[in-house]
Design a protein around this ligand. Structure first.
Ligand SMILES: Cc1cc2nc3c(=O)[nH]c(=O)nc-3n(C[C@H](O)[C@H](O)[C@H](O)COP(=O)(O)OP(=O)(O)OC[C@H]3O[C@@H](n4cnc5c(N)ncnc54)[C@H](O)[C@@H]3O)c2cc1C
Length: 492
């Protein structure tokens, strides 16, 4: 393997989820060999894993994250599409997005639309894993548990202590170790033990509870294919429905600030009836569930500010959820992990000392965007605990006019969507031309009066044909492509 900027003989990645796999891809250009240590025995296909319990819940891949993954593993988006991911491009008229009580414009397409790739989490991870497995200098060492980091007396990291399936305990030496073990990451404990102190932590306590149910879903027979109705402080339960591979959809309810959504499918549908489009509810009433409903609780979002530490051990980095965990409602974690991996690629491509400092500062940029959007959302609830800084207060001020204009102006809506999708920077919302569009939108809304809601985009026959009627629990193998939307593919 060509190594344009060789950083050493061996790179070691701890954890083989999305963050770890993408990091291994980046290290493969800079180390003679790379090992990824993973506690789970890794499946060959799109199966659920114990180490990623969240994989039974919806996983939105934001277009900016999708582009980052495709940049690291060229052609993977085409592979996903060919294998059956639902690809939504060009026309947003089949989205039903209700944010903060505003139903966003459906008069697509915008001038510069984005492409969304929708699939289950195990499906996406299995495709990334298959590509990483093919890299000649990368080894996936699964069924092995990381017990600790190995270090010199001065705290420079020299490898990791790993326990094999038979209980054998050995240190794997490495020139660089990357902690990609998510929330279970070993870095904070290691830093404290070796006198580096603890990173400052930003935290927002929003006490979220998720209920998710996979269903068979007749995507081609329905006018609305993606539903996203945000929870609001007045109605702290949100709903989403995402079509996925193999004629399935993930139906989801999320309760904020301690509110519990129902945990059984019929009760979930009854709960969603109050705020989701009626044709979608009618289809859900006759949809076949696949396996049981899954619930997940997430007390708080947290960002470990390694970028602000005065000293950090040589030979160690962290990526993905080991740095930052967000309220999953906003669908950010995988995209942030991919953008952090891209940041690492840029840092390793440039020579120079203080890799950790350079990397954590570069990784903080996409993390900050995600954090700002998510914290502003969470802290709109008076019951949520966290620091309401100027940025959060400004977002709350801007939200209403922005969303009011997005109800009727597809370009305003598209620009907002691009920021939350990591395609455009938040500062793009502050250009004078854009602010003028918002003013027009608000004036139009006050002239036209309140809009009708809830809406259904066109007539639908609830008895439309269903693809299959069995109740399998496993994530189904995908069988072919599903492309929704019209015209030119705007992906590249
Ligand atoms: C309910 C829920 C819904 C979510 N929805 C979305 C979404 O819609 N969109 C989105 O982008 N993100 C979403 N996320 C976030 C997303 O799952 C993560 O951000 C993403 O998986 C990247 O995480 P990671 O690779 O850093 O860590 P993880 O996915 O947590 O993986 C850590 C890996 O390390 C392994 N590991 C842990 N400890 C050890 C050990 N001691 N030894 C060896 N291996 C170990 C684990 O087995 C696992 O494979 C959601 C999260 C939750 C909880």
């Amino acid at each position: 393997m060509a190594a344009p900027d060789r950083r050493g003989e061996h790179g070691l990645v701890l954890g083989a989820s999305i963050g770890g796999l993408l990091t291994a891809r980046v290290l493969s250009d800079h180390f003679d060999r790379v090992t990824v240590v993973e506690r789970d025995v890794l499946p060959t296909g799109p199966e659920h894993r114990k180490g990623v319990p969240q994989d039974r819940h919806p996983h939105v891949l934001q277009p900016g994250g999708a582009q980052a993954i495709d940049g690291l593993l060229p052609g993977i988006l085409d592979e996903l599409e060919a294998a059956g991911s639902v690809v939504l491009s060009e026309d947003y008229s089949r989205f039903h997005f209700d944010v903060g009580g505003h139903i966003l414009a459906k008069s697509g397409p915008p001038k510069e639309p984005m492409t969304f790739y929708l699939q289950t989490r195990p499906f996406l991870e299995s495709h990334i894993r298959r590509r990483v497995r093919k890299l000649p200098n990368v080894t996936l060492l699964d069924g092995h548990v990381v017990a600790d980091l190995a270090a010199t007396d001065g705290g420079a990291v020299t490898g990791a202590r790993v326990i094999g399936p038979g209980g054998d305990d050995a240190v794997i030496p490495a020139d660089l170790v990357v902690d990609a073990m998510g929330r279970a990451g070993r870095t904070p404990a290691f830093l404290a033990r070796h006198g580096f102190g603890q990173p400052a932590e930003e935290k927002v306590v929003a006490r979220v509870t998720y209920s998710a149910q996979l269903v068979y879903w007749p995507i081609d027979t329905l006018p609305v294919v993606v539903v996203g109705v945000d929870a609001t402080p007045e109605r702290p339960i949100g709903v989403s429905l995402l079509p996925q591979e193999n004629s399935t959809a993930m139906f989801w309810l999320g309760g904020m600030v301690g509110h519990q959504p129902p945990s059984r499918f019929p009760a979930m549908v009854a709960c969603a009836e109050r705020f989701a489009p009626p044709d979608v509810i009618a289809a859900l009433r006759i949809a076949d569930p696949i396996g049981p409903t899954h619930q997940h609780r997430m007390p708080a979002a947290r960002w470990r500010r390694y970028d602000r530490m005065k000293a950090f051990p040589e030979g160690l980095l962290a990526v993905g959820d080991a740095i930052s965990v967000f309220n999953p409602t906003y669908g950010q974690g995988m995209s942030v992990a991919a953008l952090q991996a891209l940041a690492l690629q840029r840092c390793l491509g440039k020579s120079g000392p203080a890799l950790a400092r350079r990397f954590f500062r570069a990784a903080a940029k996409p993390t900050a965007t995600a954090w700002m959007l998510a914290a502003a959302g969470d802290l709109a609830y008076p019951e949520a605990a966290g620091h309401r800084d100027l940025q959060v207060k400004l977002s709350h001020r801007l939200e209403k006019p922005l969303l009011t204009a997005s109800e009727t102006d597809i370009e305003v809506y598209s620009r907002v969507l691009k920021v939350s999708a990591f395609v455009d920077r938040p500062s793009s919302l502050l250009s004078p031309g854009f602010l003028l569009r918002i003013v027009y939108g608000v004036l139009r809304a006050s002239r036209d009066g309140p809009r009708e809601r809830p809406s259904s985009s066109r007539d639908h026959q609830p008895g439309s044909p269903r693809p299959r009627t069995s109740g399998r629990a496993a994530v189904p193998e995908a069988s072919g492509r599903q492309h929704v939307g019209v015209g030119r593919d705007v992906r590249r």
